[in-house]
Ligand binder design. Structure first.
Ligand code: AMP
Length: 283
């Protein structure tokens, strides 16, 4: 497995791959890798000639400085895992390599309503940071296919919009990989390592709540169901930011359901100091 820390170095190698007509699959991550990330790598390997993973804890997408400071960093283990699972190259840059000093302010990305709903409402600036770093990584790696997790569904919609809105990204094909869960239903996440043993026992309740939404879903007004689900989480000791049933494509809240539109349930909730998110296709 090749390890690159400099943009120019990996770009030189990418040009060489392109000359050889190799299709490049790209998996951006912030490290602290777990089986969910590895399933993205596995999918990328199946669908591309050459798989590149980036590991970069992007400071501009953290709206809470404490969250950035406490973000787990396990680079040695990450590199070992990636090598074990057949990743071909890793891009592991320093902050100054991605944001060269003097390169000026980031452009503003038009993300439409995605910026103000759900995660956008609770994490101001987060998706601008995501759009900027992913855009910089796309310009470096020039991928043919990119792989993102359904776990971060709103992020997937942001990336789809980023790709659609920039002719330089025309050739990029977006792939959304299903959420990998622990046997108890808890969605795998780097942040789970910050949960205490007791919190880890409670955390699967988020998935149970999503299953409850799926079971109880019926045409008509969805507000009471969302409220009941939120109360249920609060009773279990969570501090929910939202429990929302939304149109799967636009992510707009569905007030009254016609019984046909595809819907997804999304949850964001604090357990102690850790903010967890998850979602489930309901229909
Ligand atoms: P992160 O390192 O948390 O930024 O995640 C990097 C990529 O892995 C993103 O596309 C995530 O959506 C994806 N991912 C994170 N957790 C999971 C999971 N449990 N299952 C599948 N993909 C995941």
């Amino acid at each position: 497995m090749r390890l690159y820390k400099k943009r120019n170095d990996i770009q030189g190698f990418i040009t060489h791959l392109q000359d050889k007509k190799q299709e490049i699959g790209f998996v951006p991550t912030m490290g602290a890798l777990h089986a969910g990330h590895i399933s993205l790598i596995r999918t990328a390997r199946q669908q591309s000639d050459f798989t590149v993973c980036s590991i970069f804890v992007n400071p501009t997408q953290f709206n809470d400085p404490k969250d950035l400071q406490k973000y787990p960093r396990t680079i040695e283990k990450d590199l070992y895992l990636l090598e074990q699972h057949g990743c071909d190259a890793v891009f592991y840059p320093e902050v100054a390599e991605v944001y060269p000093p003097g390169s000026g302010p980031a452009p503003h990305y038009d993300l439409g309503r995605l910026e103000s709903i759900l995660e956008g409402a609770y994490r101001p600036g987060h998706f601008q940071g995501v759009a900027d770093v992913v855009s910089r990584l796309f310009y470096t790696i020039h991928p043919d296919k990119v792989f993102f997790g359904q776990k971060d569904l709103q992020q997937c919609r942001v990336i789809e919009r980023l790709i659609a809105g920039n002719p330089d990204f025309d050739k990029i094909r977006m792939n959304i990989v299903p959420t990998l869960r622990e046997p108890d239903g808890l969605a795998m996440s780097s942040r789970n390592t910050r949960l205490s043993p007791e919190e880890l026992r409670k955390a699967p309740e988020i998935y149970q709540t999503l299953l409850y939404l799926k079971e109880q879903l019926a045409p008509g007004d969805l507000a009471p169901l969302q409220e009941t689900a939120k109360t249920r989480l609060t009773r279990e000791g969570f501090r929910p930011d939202y429990v929302s049933i939304v149109d799967t494509q636009t992510l707009e809240t569905c007030g009254s359901w016609n019984g046909h539109t595809p819907l997804t349930g999304l949850v964001a909730a604090y357990l102690g100091e850790v903010r967890l998110i998850d979602n489930l296709e309901l229909v």
